[in-house]
Structure formats: structure tokens, C-alpha cells
Design a protein around this ligand. Structure first.
Ligand code: GAL
Length: 818
């Protein structure tokens, strides 16, 4: 899909040394899941190793197993130590006076050691940091070999699925000896008195002159400047916003004796934003809520391996729900996520760490924190600070330093989780006039951020709402961010006078797509208290918005607080998509989360439409559940709607009454956000009609499905090189069979491959990816339907035929660039 990507190729007048060339180094790596010191050596025999392209995640290819040390929290998938090797050519002469060469890894999970031609060039423990090595002293003209040892064997080290390997892109950059340093341009774009003010700072390696050209998105030059520090003013800038994400490009040219030796491009954007203690969030003079979601980095069946199409699909589905903000929880994201947020108009909270000194799992980043935090945090801010989409930095999520209890360092995973969710007593909070070690550490981290960027506020996800939380007490947190604790929001103005407020994390409702726990007006809390286990043989949660964990709430409950409290700037719901790992409230065989508004396969759960009805102006009428029950069953039918005054429900043509959304508690099945009816099931059809001023706005009919008849395939999302195909089990009239669990095999013909399959079930033990068996055969990818549906992800030009034992097959033909 990608070949050579040059910011600039050879320039006129440059004969021997080329200007900057940035080349993606993803193709043709060799991989082995084994460990030996000799694997770093130049002439090590790697001829039998597996050929693959990175981004790659070896854990997603494994089996779910209760004994895997990652535990169910980590997705019950394997870890281990793996090696990657790549042979590559260098045509120029590397030397301090000749060309310089840099190798950049966007992310390797974790503990990576990089060797070039047998020599160690560096070690990086944090699996989410981007890092670059100057490999000029180690390379030569001709063939070179890079070897990367990735060690994810010390587990558990994460509270969610991390993935294993070189799971983001790798880049090889060649420069002139005089060049812009790594992340060496800081384009600080602000709006000052209606004008765009761009302060540009350039850091050079070597001595040269600098000229900057600012261009709008049509390539028109709108300003120029010279020197290492300069300012460009744009009189009427096109502002960056969620609806119109206008960006600009700074082209930095470095010259030596009049000749251009480097060109470096930076995307930037002007926007005027603030968080107000009384009125919440403002962007370009508009006051609105941050309708955000938290996201982990995995792509379901594709694992942690970055796939731009999967990422774009994620963001597209979230944006269609009305999401305008993403929190990269709880670590630096892939650079591509930020690029997409820039161009799609999604606001970002960029987060650094899930823990500081105090660990949450046995082998997590806490063991590296003292030595590495300064480097990792600086690198995050340096890498990301030019993105117009980022409007705040988070220096940590629910770090145990919120409290002063010292035993945290010796806790087991279970104990740490309990402490996380339980809160602490008064004695562990900051005292008046005290600036504790924890508060000093908070100040120190904030100071690191401000060293590299003063244009954005700093927040942290805090699950201790008291103002005596050591983080708050430090004074270094610009935006008070609560995780949960919506009941405490009323105290915010008095507890934090003059500080803006957001929910850095909210809700944590628990849902399985397609499963409905009735009566729907009962709220199921699972577990009832944080210290109690929760079991249910179904290992499912409820797709009505009526189930959540003890520390959390229903979606409607928190949204109601956000919507009606002017000083709440917005929220980041936990989570947009389900993710692998953290299967609260269950343990193994549950291995992925229940928190998402969209399941792991990418199918929206019903509550997705509640937000769509509140957050967008798109006409919404979403009636659920299905209409396949036992005759005589009492069924709660819910409906989310907007742009209408009322909805009427009909069962087999008979009206069940007209209902309106209401904040009064008179009808237990109706709230300010949905209407509901308790009706008796009778096979046939159920119909909802929404009306405004007596006129029909929308209509939805659900029919009782007959016997499963055939498999219907349809394209869920087509990206540039990956296609997502939905398989549904339907009756002969095309009605979805909501209970179908048929095993579906996907027969692929074409020049690409099947990358994975999924169905959104949190307990499916089927492998996500099929990989060749020892004898080289590739098993047929398969997946059971889950509440009637599953998904297959593929590449190439070809066709997929979906077959099962008893259903008529489905076929889909497609063309996707490889
Ligand atoms: C929060 C935490 C998240 C996730 C969530 C589940 O406390 O920040 O990472 O664990 O709880 O409810």
C-alpha cells in the first residue's frame, strides 16, 4: 500500500547529499517468537523466520487461555519475547559530513532493544512512546540489518490488552548534516484579538538559515518568516473547529550557503478555545459540551497492530454518533490518530500515563517511571504539540499518588484494583498547607509539559473528587477532571472555585449487544459493591441502558448531569468501542470489555442511538429489542428518538399508546431520553411511528423472523486497503434472526487475505486471526454468529463466500488496493 514517502527529494544544486527523505520501513520484516542474544548479529541465519509486514501484533494470533499471564484483564492472550529483523539498503554514504540516517519507531510494545548491524543503539521500555535513533555511525552503503528484541514477558503489566511487537509504523529518514532536529519545529498557533498568531520555533542540528512559509489548505501562501524564532500573523485565519477542521501547513526550509538542505513540514491550525469555570467549554466563540469518548488502542480482531482503515472506521462511527472529542486513554496514541482527528474535527485529550511511581499491575510502567518519565512525557508533548485537535494534556489517569497511602507499591493486581475503585479515607488526603511528595510530583510533571507547550491546559483523570486529592492540592491541574462521581459535581464550584471542570471519564455502563435484561426499569449493578464478585452463567450484560458497575452510572444518568450543569465542560464516556481485556464484571472466559457503545466487531449497541438522538440533528428513531420471543412473554420495547414530539407503538396493527420523553417519574418506562412500553409478545410485527405537530417524522418496523435461511453479506466499511464485511443470518424474507448462532466459514478467493473475524461476543474463544499451521496450511477463517451477526475483515481484490452447515451461502465481491 505504501511505498516511498518523501517530504522532499533531491534538490536542484545538491549533487552528493540529498535533502530529507522519509521512507516507511514497514515491509518485509522477519519475525520469530523466541529469544537468543545471537539474533542481533549481522550474519545470524534468519532464513527460516516468518516474513511479515509491520505493524504487527503477535499476541492477537494466539489462543485465549486462562493460564496466559496477562490474565483476563489483558485479554488472556499470550506475551513473550519476540525478535524482528529487517535487511535494508542504503545507497548514500553515511558520515557526519555526509548523509545522516535516523530510524524511528512509532511504537513497540514493550521493552524494545534495537540493534543495527549487530550494535545496540538503544532500549525503550514504554510501549506507547515514539522514539528515534541516530543510526549514522552504525550503517554503511549497501545492505544493513536492523534487529529488534521485544520483551513483553513480564506480565501482567497492563490493565487492558496491550498487544505485543512492532505494532506501529517504522520510518527511515535520511537528512543532510544540517537539518531540523527530530520534532524540531514548534508551531504555536493562537488567536489573538481575532487574528491568527503563529509563533514558530525551529531547532537545528548544525548551522544554517531558516525560512518558514505558511500555507492554507489550498496551498496558498499566507505568510512567511525567517530565523529560529519567528512569528507570522494571519489577519483573517480560517479557524479549526469540529465542523470545519481548517488546517495550515508550515514549510520550514533550511539553507546552507544559499542552498536548501532540508525541508520540514508541519500541520497546524488556529483555534480560540477556553475552559470556563462557570460556563464550560468554548471553541471559537461557541459554547458547547465536549461529547467525548475514551478509547484504548486496539482494533478488535486486528489487535494492537495499527491499521489506518480500522482507525478511520472507528472515528467515523463515533463521529456519526455525535462524538466530538476523544481521550487517548491512557497513553500516547498512534500519530495517525492525531492526524485523523485534525482532519475530521475531533478534539483530543492526549494522555501520558496510567500510573506514576505506584504500580497498578505487578510489572507495569511504574518500575520504569523514575528513570523514564521525563523522557516519555517530554517526547509526547514534543511529538504532538502541533496538532490543532489537541486541546488538553492529561498527565495521568487515576494514579495512586492521589492518596498518600504508601502500601500501594506492594499491592497485588486485585488489591490495587480495589484501592482504585474504593477511594480512600481522609487520612490519605493532603493536609492543609501541605505540599506533599505527591503534589510535588504533580507539579514536576506539569512543569515538564509546560516546558514544551504553554498553549494548552493540563488535566488528569481523578477518581478522588476531594479537593484534598494530592494532585488537585498541587495547584498544577488547570482543568479539574473527575472520573465518575457525578454525585459530587454539585460541590465542584465550592470545592474548586475558579477552576474549570470536565468528566475526564464517565459512565462505565455494561452492555452486551443483543442481550436484554428485563424488567428494563430495574437497574442492575454489577458488581453490587466493588469488593464483591459478580457471576452470571450467561457472561452477558444488558443492552438496555440498565446495567453498570458500582462506581459508575447508566448513560442517561451522567448525560443528564452533563447536559444540565453549565459548568461541566463535557465528558469522556468509558468507552466508545469495546476493547480487548478488562471484562468487568466477569473473569475468564470473558476476555473483552462490556463498556463500549459499539461492540468489538464494530456493531453499535442500542445506546449509541440515544447519544445520536441527543448529540446530532440527524433524524433518529431507534426501536428495540427484536421481535422474536415466546408468545405471551412480557417485553419492554424502548425507543430513542429526536426531532419529534411523540412516538406511537403498534403491535400487529394495534396501538399500544402514544408516549413522550419526560423528566417526570410517572411512567417508569419513560425518561427524558427514551420512551418505552411493556407489551405482550405476539408473533408478527411491531411498529414505532414518531410525529412532530401531528406529522409523521420516522417509522420503524421490526418483524418476527422465521427460520434461519441464508447469510446476507454487506459492506460495513471500505477503507483504502481493508474492507469490513458484515454477515447476518436472515430468514427467507431478509429479517435478521436475532438468536442465530450459526458457525460461518469465510472462503476467500483473491489476491489479498482475511485479516480477522469477530462477532462482538465478550466470551468467544475462537481465534481472531488465522495464521498458517506448522505444515503451512491456512485454516478457513470462521466465526459464529452472535445475536445473528458477525464480521470478517479482508484485503485485496477478491470475493468472500460465507457458508454454514444449513444456510444458503452469501457472496460478496470487492476491490481494495493492497
Ligand atoms: C476507570 C479506569 C479505566 C477503566 C474503567 C472501568 O477507573 O480509569 O481505565 O478501568 O475504570 O470502569
Amino acid at each position: 500500500m505504501r511505498t516511498l514517502f518523501c517530504l522532499v527529494c533531491a534538490f536542484c544544486g545538491l549533487t552528493t547529499i540529498q535533502a530529507r527523505q522519509r521512507q516507511i520501513l514497514d515491509a518485509d520484516w522477519l519475525f520469530l517468537l523466541a529469544d537468543s542474544v545471537q539474533m542481533s548479529e549481522v550474519d545470524y541465519d534468519d532464513s527460516a523466520w516468518r516474513h511479515l509486514n509491520v505493524p504487527h501484533d503477535w499476541a492477537i494470533e494466539g489462543d485465549f487461555y486462562v493460564g496466559n499471564p496477562s490474565g483476563a484483564s489483558g485479554g488472556a492472550l499470550p506475551g513473550g519475547i519476540g525478535w524482528y529483523r529487517k535487511h535494508f539498503q542504503i545507497s548514500a554514504d553515511p558520515s557526519p559530513k555526509g548523509s545522516r540516517f535516523f530510524l524511528e519507531f512509532d511504537g513497540v510494545y514493550m521493552n524494545s532493544t534495537v540493534y543495527v548491524n549487530g550494535q545496540e543503539v538503544g532500549f525503550r521500555p514504554y510501549g506507547y512512546s515514539t522514539f528515534e535513533y541516530d543510526i549514522t555511525p552504525y550503517v554503511h552503503q549497501g545492505e544493513n540489518v536492523v534487529a529488534v528484541r521485544v520483551d513483553n514477558s513480564d506480565q501482567p503489566n497492563s490493565r487492558w490488552y496491550s498487544g505485543c511487537g512492532i505494532y506501529r509504523h517504522v520510518w527511515l529518514t535520511q537528512t543532510h548534516p544540517v537539518h531540523v532536529k527530530h520534532w524540531g519545529v514548534y508551531a504555536d498557533a493562537r488567536v489573538v484579538k481575532g487574528k491568527g498568531r503563529l509563533d514558530i520555533g525551529v531547532s537545528l542540528d548544525g548551522a544554517g538559515t531558516v525560512e518558514n512559509t505558511l500555507m492554507d489548505s489550498n496551498g496558498r501562501v499566507v505568510g512567511r518568516s525567517r530565523g529560529l524564532r519567528s512569528t507570522i500573523t494571519v489577519t483573517k485565519p480560517l479557524l479549526w473547529s469540529c465542523d470545519a477542521p481548517n488546517t495550515y501547513k508550515v514549510r520550514t526550509e533550511v539553507k546552507v550557503r544559499g542552498k536548501v538542505v532540508d525541508i520540514y513540514e508541519t500541520t497546524t491550525g488556529f483555534r480560540d478555545f477556553r475552559f470556563d469555570p462557570r460556563t464550560g467549554f468554548w471553541l471559537n466563540g461557541k459554547n458547547f459540551k465536549l461529547n467525548g469518548v475514551c478509547e484504548h488502542h486496539d482494533f478488535g480482531c486486528l489487535g494492537a497492530a495499527l491499521n489506518e482503515d480500522a482507525l478511520h472506521r472507528k472515528l467515523t462511527k463515533l463521529k456519526a454518533m455525535g462524538v466530538n472529542a476523544i481521550r487517548c486513554s491512557h497513553n500516547p496514541p498512534a500519530p495517525e490518530l492525531l492526524n485523523m482527528c485534525d482532519t475530521m474535527g475531533l478534539i483530543v485529550m492526549d494522555e501520558s500515563f496510567d500510573m506514576w511511581r505506584r504500580k497498578k499491575t505487578q510489572n507495569d510502567y511504574a518500575r520504569f517511571f523514575d528513570e523514564w518519565h521525563e523522557r516519555d512525557l517530554s517526547d509526547l508533548v514534543m511529538r504532538d504539540r502541533n496538532h490543532p485537535s489537541i486541546l488538553m494534556w492529561s498527565i495521568g489517569n487515576e494514579v495512586l499518588e492521589q492518596w498518600s497511602s504508601a502500601e500501594a507499591d506492594t499491592l497485588t493486581l486485585e488489591q490495587a484494583n480495589l484501592i482504585l475503585n474504593a477511594g480512600h479515607d481522609e487520612s490519605t488526603l493532603a493536609k492543609d498547607n501541605e505540599l506533599s511528595v505527591q503534589s510535588l510530583l504533580t507539579q514536576h510533571l506539569a512543569e515538564i509539559v509546560k516546558r514544551y507547550d504553554t498553549s494548552r491546559p493540563i488535566t488528569a483523570g481523578c477518581n478522588e473528587p476531594s479537593p484534598n486529592n494530592h494532585l488537585f492540592k498541587s495547584g498544577a491541574i488547570d482543568i479539574i477532571g473527575f472520573n465518575y462521581h457525578h454525585q459530587w459535581v454539585k460541590d465542584v464550584p465550592q470545592d474548586f472555585p475558579d477552576k474549570p471542570f470536565i468528566f475526564s471519564e464517565s459512565v462505565s455502563a455494561l452492555q452486551t449487544r443483543g442481550n436484554y435484561m428485563m424488567p428494563s426499569d430495574s437497574v442492575y449493578v454489577a458488581p453490587k459493591e466493588w469488593w464483591l464478585p459478580y457471576t452470571d452463567p450467561s457472561y452477558m450484560c444488558s443492552a438496555y441502558d440498565n446495567m453498570h458497575a458500582s462506581w459508575s452510572s447508566t448513560h442517561e444518568e451522567t448525560w443528564d448531569v452533563v447536559k444540565h450543569t453549565p459548568y461541566v465542560g463535557g465528558q469522556f464516556i468509558w468507552t466508545g468501542f469495546d476493547y480487548i481485556g478488562e471484562p468487568t464484571p466477569y473473569g475468564f472466559p470473558a476476555r473483552s470489555s462490556y463498556f463500549g457503545l459499539i461492540d468489538l466487531a464494530g456493531f453499535p449497541k442500542d445506546t449509541y442511538y440515544m447519544y445520536q438522538s441527543e448529540w446530532t440533528t440527524k433524524p433518529v428513531l431507534h426501536l428495540f429489542p427484536h421481535w422474536n420471543w415466546v408468545p405471551g412473554d412480557e417485553i419492554d420495547m424502548w425507543c430513542y428518538y429526536n426531532n419529534a414530539d411523540e412516538v406511537e407503538l403498534f403491535v400487529n396493527g394495534k396501538s399500544q399508546g402514544v408516549k413522550r420523553k419526560t423528566a417526570s417519574k410517572d411512567d417508569p418506562l419513560c425518561t427524558a431520553y427514551h420512551v418505552g412500553w411493556r407489551v405482550t409478545f405476539d408473533p408478527g410485527e411491531v411498529k414505532a411511528v414518531s410525529r412532530k405537530d401531528g406529522k409523521v417524522v420516522c417509522e420503524q418496523i421490526i418483524k418476527t423472523a422465521g427460520a434461519p435461511d441464508h447469510i446476507r453479506l454487506s459492506v460495513d466499511y471500505q477503507g483504502q486497503s481493508t474492507i469490513f464485511i458484515m454477515a447476518e443470518v436472515v430468514d427467507r424474507d431478509g429479517n435478521l434472526c436475532p438468536w442465530a448462532e450459526d458457525q460461518i466459514c469465510f472462503i476467500y478467493e483473491g489476491d489479498g487475505e482475511v485479516l480477522g473475524t469477530d462477532n462482538g461476543s465478550q466470551t468467544s474463544m475462537e481465534r481472531f486471526r488465522v495464521v498458517p499451521s506448522v505444515d503451512g496450511r491456512l485454516p478457513t477463517p470462521h466465526r459464529k454468529a452472535f445475536f445473528g451477526k458477525c464480521m470478517v475483515v479482508a484485503t485485496g481484490n477478491g470475493s468472500i463466500t460465507a457458508k454454514s452447515a444449513t444456510l444458503q451461502p452469501g457472496v460478496v465481491t470487492f476491490t481494495v488496493e493492497k
